[in-house]
Each structure stands twice: as C-alpha cells, then as structure tokens.
Design a protein around this ligand. Sequence first.
Ligand code: AQP
Length: 347
Amino acid sequence: MRIFSGIQPTGRKHLGNYIGAIAQYISSQERGEGIFCIVDLHAITVAYDPAELRERLYDTTAILLAAGLDPERCILFRQSDVPEHTELTWLLCSVTELGRLQRMHQFRDKSIAQRELVSAGLLLYPVLQAADVLAYRADEVPVGEDQREHLELMRDVARRFNTRFGGGEEVLVVPEHRIPSVGARIMDLQDPARKMSTTGGSAQGTVYVLDEPREIEKKLKSAVTDSGSEVRSAPDKQGISNLIEILAAVRGVERTVIESEFSDARYGDFKAAVAAAVVAYLAPARERYEELRADDAALESILQQGALRAGAIASSTLLDVRTRMGVGPLDAASAPSTSGAADTVNG
Ligand code: AQP
C-alpha cells in the first residue's frame, strides 16, 4: 500500500494540522510505503514572502521529523525539487473541468480573503494537489476533513484520464482519502463554528505545536463554551463538542468514552483535563524540534535524498502519461530524461 500526503510550509503548524494530518502520517509508516511532501509550490498561490517561505519550509520539515517521521522508513521531500509535479499539473489540466475548479470551497473562500491579486495558481491549486498524489500512483491520502472536496476532484481527474487515455487500463490509480473518524476537523477555540486554521483563525483560539505548555493551558482554559454545564456533544454546544473531539483524538478513543468519563465534571475541570492531555501529547515533538531545526544542512540533506527517491517514482509515471497522451516521441527510450529531481539535487 502506497500512502501519499502533502503539507504546506505556511505559518506555524497547529493542533488541527497535527491531529488531522501529521499524526496520521506517523502511524501510516507502520501500514505501508509513506511518501510525504512539503508543498512549497502550493504556498505561493497566496501572498507570501520568499525568504520566509524558505525558513518555514525548514520549520515544517523539523516539525514532521520531531513528530516521528523517519526518513529511513518513508520518503520526505520538497515538492519543488521534483519537477514532474508541475509537468503533470499541466497535463492533467486537459482533463479537469474549469467550472468545478471555480466552485471549490477553498478557492472561493481564499479568493475572497485575498486583498490584492487572486492568482491563477489559487484556481489550479487542486490540480497541482491531484498531480502530487497521482504522480506516485498512491492508494491512500491521509488528510483532514477540509480536503475532502479536493480529494473528490482528484479521483474524478484520475478516472477521466483513465477513460480518455487509459485504453481500458488504470494508468493513474484512483486514490482513497483517509480522514480520521475522530479529529478530522478541529475547530478554533475562540470561534468553534470555524475550523482551526493557519490563515483564518484567531491567535488565542489556535494551539500551535510549538506553543509552551503554559500558553497551551491558557488557550484551552479560555476556550469558548456555553451557558450549560453538561460535557456532551451537541450541535448547540460547539465549544464543548470541540473540546471532547480534541481529548478523544489525543487519547485515541471514541467521543462517548470522554462523555462518560466527564459526565459529572464541571467545565473548568474538564478544560483543565483537556489542557493537560494536549500538553503531554505535543511535548515530545516540541522537545525534539529545537535540536532538529538548528541544523539546516541536515534538514536539506534529508529533503534532497527524499527528492531523489520521489523523482525516480514520479518520472516513471510521467513517462507513461506522456506516452499515453501523445506528448513527446513514441519511443520512450529516446525521450529526453524527465528526472529533473536528480539534476536539481546534484546541483
Ligand atoms: N482544523 C483542522 N482540523 C483537522 N485537520 C486539519 N488540517 C488543517 N486544518 C485542520 C489538515 O492539515 C493538513 C495540512 O494542511 P495544509 O497543508 O493546508 O496546511 P495549512 O495551510 O497550514 O493548514 P490550514 O490551517 O488548513 O490553513 P488554511 O486554513 O489557512 O488554509 C491537511 O491534511 C488538512 O486537512
């Protein structure tokens, strides 16, 4: 089983990213061949600072390693080091419906939030995401709930490609999403109607992976709840429901287990228990992070080794795709090398 997922090197990674995505990456190393990509090309679709992007990329690499990704057991690389991703994006544009891209929730939300330019990249974001996954013929994609719509598009793109160019074969694997049953959508602690988010949330309502324990406690203890007193999930109790979700995800149990355990608890005591659990949950990653982040050269070396391995897989898919689409010469052996990753990496 091949598992692929990408994560943006934007902002500071938060508890939603950790529970919805990173924790799944770590556990997937036990289940199959994990390929994880830090998607710097996605990050340039909204306003950004070039120097900061590079720093954030190393930050994100160090967080993933600190959380438990092991480059001996998975492939970890930077998207822009493997040019097959961008080539496949263009090729897949020919089987992607424009109207569908324009209706994507993320495109609509983010284009409204843009103060200056709404870039074409923002519209094509889901096609690049499809290319990321399809280039590796991945079977499974661990993501949070907010990515469900993009995953559906990706599956349709793969199916349409296979119908149009596959000649009856599944040239591109139609991947399954893996959205956790608990913790798929962690909400902002101050505004539990909105998801915890890098760009759209409140600072007080967002727990960052690298927050100090005291900061985490403060944020969780001041989480918005309701005027009731029952620790129970309900549509009109979004704040408490979110805290139940967080504690269930952190402990790896069902929500009902948390509801039974805290059925007689007061909100204050419940919040204190959630805070303690989150502090303990994030502590190992925070403690390992500083040492890993201090060594840019070591991080760069891990990414480059990962890009070499990723490029070898992606270039073989691209050869197949190009041939099927009638792009380039028919004789694959005479085609110019598409292994740009190796060129990039070897400088
Ligand atoms: N609140 C969340 N709950 C559960 N999972 C979440 N994810 C994001 N937010 C939540 C999952 O995290 C992974 C990485 O997301 P990304 O690459 O989009 O990184 P990001 O841009 O830093 O994350 P945000 O917070 O989602 O940014 P905004 O809101 O600014 O676009 C994905 O698998 C995602 O599902």
